[in-house]
Design a protein. Structure first.
Ligand code: PRX
Length: 677
């Protein structure tokens, strides 16, 4: 879609941005600065290029190492950068054990169930320690799992997800958590790619007032995985209500077990955290790519943990005394880095919220904030827009006070930013707009909250130790403030960057480095800029404004969906001949996919068929993929070489002029499709 960025006929983030004027700055308040973890401007110098890579020692020193590392950055196998080489540590130990002496009685996790009449669970560090140990014993002794094995998790937002991840981390077992809203089929694809023999799931969870049967997805996942040659030996099932089965789907004899039943045999068993190499793998997180197959971003232990702990401390401003609530789902990278690993490594109290923010009404998040006295709040523009739409005056009704708020996942419109600042933050909280990706482990651009002014709609400069730059298509840097959009790259390695794509080193190189690599033989990191795949502009003050994806990926409500994945799901409907998916601007979700289909000969377009297509996308990928609209068209606009012109479809879907269509093989079709608008 690179060409489409400059095309006036497509509603892209680039266009929104072009219409954005430079916004006024907002100053962080003095009360915030007085308590902030980072207020010394020397940090920017300290993390400057002159001190790279040794500057990152500061982050690594926030962790407890079993063995200190010898080499800070090993660049011998570009672009597989290795951080803190020779060091040994354990992530579970760093998130739990080391806090016990001082904080065993402190809440590690506040679990907020969706039903408001169910009490909030406050799990102390000691309790978390006990539960993680017992479950690690199950994984090791009952399942026979050991360092380097993979397991797939398909778990909802319940504390057992944190327990499962940390139990895996204790053993060096690589967890691959799949977002619970994803379908059984999507879970199967990830089981197959990760070659997992175990699936850990839950029987049910609440979503929008309903207790959903989640176990049924495990059956679909295992069935599909089997068809693709990956046998799942055991499905371990957490119960939403321990001791009670809350799903209708029957258990599969010999394969399915309730974790609650097995745990009885492991009561109070302790498992010594395995001392692991810094460059061993902590987890996989699958993300959509330009081709159908999702990519497993493979994150390290030492580099990743250092990076998320450092950025949690300095950008999220987390102190152990804070009550921190990130409303993202743990099934996405945000939840891994900034609900679990970063906050817990800093001994914070982290909130896990099961439900939908606007259920039963838009006051729910603010009641939770009031009850728990949350002071750091972290969410996405999509959630902010939804809360603003249905409850613009709700925050004022509740007595909570945030010192700090984050927005993440998509560009935020300045007027939405201002509502977040004025109404949700009550003009007391600083805001950080953090730009980053599944692949990057942690934040790339953001203001440092105690140091920088905020500017609505702009993410900010690179965070300390990150040196971003905007390149044109030929790799030439665009001058700051030139007002032109280009491709944002990070010039240097950093500890949070994934080590590779699971099982596909070539794809890792091709997707993220090939575009701007200066010399494939070079062992000098300067020759390997990281290509993020986002368009951006840099203002004269060095703040970046992110314009959105430049590849075939649609960012729906802050979640990436590959257009190819969506189209191939559409093509699974028998009646469909061709399918094309385009992003269309949406006031709440940022973007929603519209799917255009042409039907096989002799098939009549009906409302029932549209519904079938829509339902198939939702069942194949997940409800998040439900198209904003299904368009049944007589034919697709095509180039003479037969390529579907998605640009034209995007313009029509947005009600815009389709522009010059004379080069099409079938220009007359454009008018026909327009009539459907
Ligand atoms: O396009 C950027 C957008 O989300 C993409 C990364 O998506 P994902 O890997 O799912 O991770 C989401 C959470 C980190 C980016 O390539 N994006 C992320 N944060 C921002 C953003 N766009 C604008 N502003 C942001 N703050």
């Amino acid at each position: 879609m690179a060409d489409e960025k400059n095309d006036e006929n497509i509603v892209s983030e680039a266009q929104i941005a072009v219409h954005w004027k430079e916004e006024e700055y907002f100053e962080p308040n003095t009360k915030f600065i007085a308590q902030a973890n980072l207020t010394d401007p020397d940090i920017l110098e300290k993390f400057g290029e002159k001190n790279f890579p040794e500057c990152y020692k500061d982050y690594a020193d926030l962790l407890t190492w079993d063995k200190y590392w010898g080499t800070t950055l090993d660049t011998s196998d570009p672009p597989h950068w290795k951080w803190f080489v020779g060091g040994k540590l354990n992530a579970s130990y760093n998130c739990i054990d080391r806090h016990l002496a001082k904080y065993k009685n402190k809440t590690a996790i506040h679990f907020v169930p969706e039903p408001e009449d169910e009490p909030i669970v406050h799990m102390t560090y000691q309790e978390l320690y006990n539960k993680v140990n017992e479950f690690a014993a199950v994984l090791r002794d009952y399942c026979g799992l050991k360092k380097g094995d993979t397991v797939t998790l398909h778990m909802p937002m319940i504390p057992e997800l944190a327990i499962t991840m940390l139990a895996c981390a204790r053993l060096g077992v690589i967890h691959s958590q799949v977002f619970s809203g994803f379908s059984g089929k999507a879970c199967a694809d990830r089981i197959v790619d990760a070659k997992s023999k175990f699936l850990i799931t839950a029987d049910s969870y609440y979503r929008g007032g309903k207790l959903l049967d989640h176990k049924e997805k495990a059956d679909i996942a295992c069935g599909r995985a089997e068809e693709e040659g990956q046998h799942v030996e055991k499905v371990l099932i957490w119960q939403r209500y321990p001791g009670k089965y809350s799903a209708a789907t029957p258990l599969v004899e010999g394969r399915d077990v309730f974790i609650n039943d097995i745990l009885k045999d492991y009561r109070n068993v302790k498992v010594k955290p395995v001392s692991l190499d810094s460059t061993d793998t902590l987890f996989l997180m699958y993300t959509s790519g330009t081709t159908g197959k999702p990519k497993g971003a493979q994150h390290s232990i030492g580099g990743y943990m250092s990076y998320v702990t450092g950025t949690s401390k300095y950008i999220q401003d987390i102190h152990p005394e804070d009550v921190y609530w990130c409303m993202a789902d743990i099934g996405w990278i945000t939840g891994h880095s900034y609900i679990i690993y970063g906050p817990l490594a800093l001994a914070a109290s982290s909130v896990i919220f099961e439900g939908v923010p606007t259920h039963p009404d838009a006051g729910r998040p603010w009641r939770v904030a009031e009850e728990l006295d949350v002071n750091i709040f972290h969410t996405s523009p999509t959630a902010i827009r939804a809360l603003r739409r249905v409850g613009p005056d709700e925050p004022a009704k509740y007595n909570y006070h945030f010192k700090h708020m984050t927005t993440v996942g998509e560009p935020i419109e300045p007027n939405v930013w201002r509502w977040y600042y004025n109404t949700v933050g009550k003009k007391e909280a600083v805001i950080v707009d953090t730009w980053w990706q599944t692949e990057t482990g942690g934040f790339l651009c953001s203001t440092v909250p105690g140091l920088h002014k905020m500017k609505p709609g702009s993410t900010g400069p690179g965070v300390p130790g990150i040196y971003p730059e905007i390149l044109d298509d030929d790799g030439n840097p665009l001058p700051k403030g030139c007002g032109k959009a280009g491709n944002i790259v990070i010039r240097n390695p950093w500890p949070g960057l994934m080590m590779t794509i699971w099982g596909d080193d070539e794809r890792f190189k091709n997707v993220y480095f090939a575009r701007y690599n200066k010399d494939p033989e070079s062992k000098d990191w300067h020759d390997w800029p990281y290509f993020a795949g986002d368009g951006a502009v840099e203002a004269p003050d060095g703040y970046f404004r992110i314009l959105g994806r430049i590849d075939d990926v649609i960012n729906v409500a802050g979640h990436r969906l590959g257009t190819k994945e969506l189209e191939s799901a559409g093509l699974m409907v028998d009646e469909v001949g061709e399918a094309a998916v385009v992003p269309v601007a949406d006031p709440i979700k940022g973007k929603v996919p519209h799917i255009f289909v042409s039907l096989k000969p002799g098939i009549e377009p009906t409302e029932a068929l549209k519904k079938k297509i829509s339902d198939t996308l939702a069942s194949e990928i997940g409800p998040i993929a439900k198209p904003g609209r299904v368009w049944i068209v007589p034919d697709m606009p095509k180039t003479r070489s037969g390529k579907i012109m998605r640009r034209v479809l995007g313009a029509i879907a947005a009600g815009k002029d389709a522009g010059d269509v004379t080069t099409l093989a079938n220009p007359e079709i454009v008018e026909e499709i327009k009539k459907l608008y």
